[in-house]
Design a protein around this ligand. Structure first.
Ligand code: MG
Length: 371
């Protein structure tokens, strides 16, 4: 079933703390289940992806986005003969480190940290969650995930320069991650690019005509759908169009990655790691379409004046709360205060804020920052 270039669970580099094998779940299945049962995973439900609940309560949040990424990733991985258990674990964990308020919250938290000479990065934060913050087991802190899942958390979307991150040396920063991890970044894009068009239309911030005019691949599929269903209502035409755009990206990613792997003639996960480039990729044509779509979303949705107010709120709330706890560390919960004995206070505050849901940070803001 598994391709020779897939990660085979029996060859896993294992866990930090050795554990007995489970009678009916392999190590990657257990890692997937550990992520699903983590507190940080449950909090994703109340974290903004792009839209807050002001617009509607049937829009994506971080949790439903995560489930969509897992679904797409499993489908693609199965077609490529990759390890679907590992892929599923990586997809479910991929956004675990995101702070409240979506991208605006992340930017604000990073800005607050930079004022202290530090920084915030959601992948590094996700690693801290699974390595340290989740407390479920009597014999160790964290979830004790396998090496391959921790490596994927760090390397799926970003190449961290080895020289700047000596603390991550064990994750082989000078090598590519396995295809299972490489996939996640691209399926993440497929998921949010299409979902944001959908939610953007539902929020009346985008119109179908506007997308069809500005995004060539969407326009092309929209014409086809209108010919096929001349009397269908607009929303269903939109759905049919989006489905085609989505399928095109998924199909292309499968076929193009399969071809690149064949051309590269790699036959082991070590060869994937040592190959000079990532082999999971769209074809140049679909890559350009993806770029177009992404640029459109930036210009017309993510930077739209309609979302400006919420972004400003996010920056103000994160910034003011951070500053408050810097001045009044005694207002932090006891377990966080105690940690400040071993780690810099800004990092403690950053970890605390990053873990919060949108409703909880609002509540904290009301408590400490409202006169
Ligand atoms: Mg994501």
């Amino acid at each position: 079933m598994l391709a020779d270039y897939a990660v085979h669970v029996e060859h896993s580099r294992g866990r930090r703390h050795p554990e007995p094998t489970h009678p009916y779940r392999n190590d990657f299945q257990r890692d997937r289940d550990r992520v699903v049962h983590a507190r940080a995973f449950r909090r994703l439900e109340a974290k903004t992806q792009v839209f807050t609940r002001r617009y509607s309560d049937h829009f994506r949040n971080r949790l439903t986005h995560t489930i969509e990424v897992a679904q797409i990733s499993r489908t693609i991985a199965a077609q490529l003969g990759l390890n679907t258990d590992l892929v599923e674990a990586l997809a479910l964990v991929h956004d675990l480190g995101h702070p409240p308020f979506g991208h605006a919250g992340e930017k604000a938290l990073d800005a607050a940290m930079r004022r202290q000479g530090l920084s915030f990065d959601h992948n590094l934060h996700a690693l801290r969650i699974v390595e340290d913050f989740e407390l479920r087991y009597a014999s160790f802190r964290g979830l004790n995930l396998t090496f391959e899942v921790r490596e994927g958390i760090i390397k799926h979307s970003h190449d961290y320069p080895a020289a700047e991150h000596p603390e991550l040396a064990e994750y082989l920063l000078d090598q590519r991650p396995p295809l299972e991890a490489q996939l996640i970044d691209l399926t993440d894009e497929i998921a949010y690019n299409t979902a944001d068009l959908d939610d953007g239309c539902e929020a009346h911030l985008l119109t179908v005509e506007q997308i069809a005019e500005s995004v060539p691949i969407f326009g092309h599929c929209f014409d086809e759908v209108r010919r096929l269903y001349p009397t269908a209502e607009q929303k269903l035409l939109f759905n049919e169009t989006l489905k085609r755009v989505f399928d095109r990206q998924v199909g292309d990613l499968i076929e193009n990655t399969r071809e690149r792997v064949a051309v590269a003639n790699v036959h082991s996960v070590e060869a994937i790691r040592l190959y000079p480039a990532r082999l999971a990729a769209f074809s140049p044509e679909v890559e350009q379409e993806r770029r177009h779509l992404k640029d459109f979303l930036y210009e017309n949705l993510y930077f739209s004046p309609a979302l400006e107010g919420e972004k400003d709120d996010a920056e103000r709330i994160v910034g003011e709360l951070f500053a408050h706890w810097m001045e009044e560390p005694d207002d932090l919960p006891r377990n966080h205060r105690e940690k400040a004995a071993h780690e810099p206070l800004p990092r403690i505050i950053c970890d605390y804020i990053a873990g919060m849901t949108d409703p909880f940070i609002f509540q904290q803001y009301e408590k400490y920052c409202r006169d």
